[in-house]
Design a protein around this ligand. Structure first.
Ligand code: SF4
Length: 331
């Protein structure tokens, strides 16, 4: 398919199949075709959001060696990067959340490792919720959950969750792909909106695998999809495989935007960068505390961006900023 035919099909809002996505992903990242796809994705994202991007902000309730041992994660027990569990207090959690609220984050994410007790998560969440403004959007980023637990998340005041079927789930992770999908269905069944992403992309992933995951993310009407590259954690087996460039990530961000339905407003990328911001990303994340892509205990001293720095990256790309609660997580 010629690039002009792809662009015309996108403008006509016709759906793309797997082969067509593979074709888009197969252009060299530094080619005229890829830049045209980025421009088209940028056009779509700006049109859908009236040129106003969002910044969501995440903090973690704990930092712990995690027995799930996902190969791309700095918390994986097998790497021994973090040897002891630490938790923040409910007061500290409230303080992080209120700071993000003051900073103007459009949604606040509360994360834990997979082994953090669910009942404690709900207790701390209730404390956070009652200290935030009513209209502040609260999102959970935790492990797989049953329908019962999904209901409890909703009752605790969560508007939605972040949940992803990761690339090579069940191979590079010890988690079941079916459980990941089931959790997404459980969340949606109780009215929690689900944001997701094609992640964590490394140089070994084929265009076919990426295209399949793009189509999966677009299949369940998420709040947003997007694309994020794997960050090499020093000393890990994955680090020796390397990382894709920001330019390749931007190409995949663009193909994701073009490949998912236009009813999905959001398109994320992580880590925040201007190449992503001109290639159709309209959602970045700020982070404080523990971060599975960092070896620092406090990512604000490492890889983590602040709400303001994310906003500035968007402004550099010609985006304005949405100032109210997230539109992506509206039901
Ligand atoms: S990605 Fe989540 S489940 Fe996997 S090792 Fe890290 S904390 Fe555990």
């Amino acid at each position: 398919m010629e690039i002009n035919d792809i662009l015309q099909k996108s403008r006509d809002t016709e759906p793309f199949d797997k082969d067509e996505l593979i074709e888009m992903l197969s252009f060299p990242p530094d080619s005229t075709e890829s830049y045209l796809l980025m421009a088209e994705a940028n056009r779509i994202s700006k049109e859908l959001t009236e040129n106003k991007a969002e910044v969501h902000a995440q903090f973690s309730l704990n930092l712990a060696p995690c027995a799930c041992n996902c190969s791309f994660c700095s918390f994986a027990k097998k790497y021994g990067i973090f040897e002891h569990e630490t938790e923040i207090s409910p007061e500290e959690a409230v303080s992080f959340a209120k700071q993000f609220e003051r900073d103007g984050a459009n949604a606040i994410f509360v994360m834990t490792t997979a082994n953090y007790p669910f009942s404690k998560f709900i207790e701390v969440s209730q404390e956070i919720k009652k200290n935030l403004r009513n209209e502040t959007t609260l999102i959970a980023n935790i492990g797989d959950q049953s329908l019962e637990n999904a209901k409890k998340l909703k009752q605790a005041g969560y508007a939605g969750v972040y949940h992803a079927l990761r690339l090579r789930e069940g191979i590079d992770t010890s988690l079941s792909p079916e459980n990941r999908k089931k959790s997404i269905r459980n969340f949606q069944e109780v009215g929690l909106k689900v944001g997701t992403c094609v992640e964590p992309i490394g140089p070994e992933h084929t265009n076919e695998e990426i295209a399949e995951l793009i189509l999966f993310t677009g299949s369940f009407n998420p709040s947003y999809s997007g694309a994020a590259r794997r960050i090499a954690i020093p000393g890990t087996e994955m680090a020796s495989i390397g990382m894709i460039s920001e330019l390749r990530m931007a190409q995949i961000v663009a193909v994701t935007r073009i490949g998912i339905p236009k009813t999905v407003l959001g398109n994320c990328t992580h880590e925040p960068c201007t190449l992503g911001g001109i290639a159709g990303a309209n959602l970045f994340w700020a982070e404080v505390g523990a971060n599975p892509r960092d070896i620092k205990e406090r990512t604000e001293e490492g890889r983590g961006e602040s709400v303001e720095s994310c906003r500035n990256i968007f402004r550099e790309c010609g985006w304005d900023i949405w100032e109210l609660s997230s539109r992506y997580y509206l039901s």
